[in-house]
Design a protein around this ligand. Structure first.
Ligand SMILES: [Fe+2]
Length: 111
């Protein structure tokens, strides 16, 4: 199915024809350009990577919660050390993911 990009807001629409008006910004049909095969590949490729980043982010957020529970539980210094390291890893990696996604958006790899 071809992809069409709204030149006003950047929305990418999938369908045999462009929509009558942009579902996001309301721009008319003639504001949509069909993406080339190469552009289409780029969009699909970056969507997949962004999906993986978001999935990892969700898992890290869960890890963060577990680590914080473990810190509160505070059985002994050994456990506290592991949970603190998990917490630090989750926080830093979540920040890295957000920075990477921001870079993708600036490069137009978000669509
Ligand atoms: Fe639009």
């Amino acid at each position: 199915m071809p992809l069409w990009k709204c030149q006003v807001c950047g929305l990418v629409y999938e369908g045999p024809e462009p929509p009558d008006k942009c579902p996001k910004c309301g721009a008319p049909r003639d504001k949509f350009n069909q993406l080339t095969q190469q552009e289409e590949e780029l969009v699909k490729r970056s969507r997949y990577t962004n999906y993986l980043h978001m999935k990892a982010y969700t898992l890290l957020k869960e890890l963060l919660g577990v680590a914080e529970e473990g810190i509160k539980d505070n059985l002994d210094p050994g456990c506290l050390k592991i949970f603190s390291e998990e917490r630090e890893f989750a926080l830093v990696t979540m920040q890295k993911i957000m920075a990477e996604l921001e870079t993708h958006m600036k490069k137009g790899k978000w669509n």
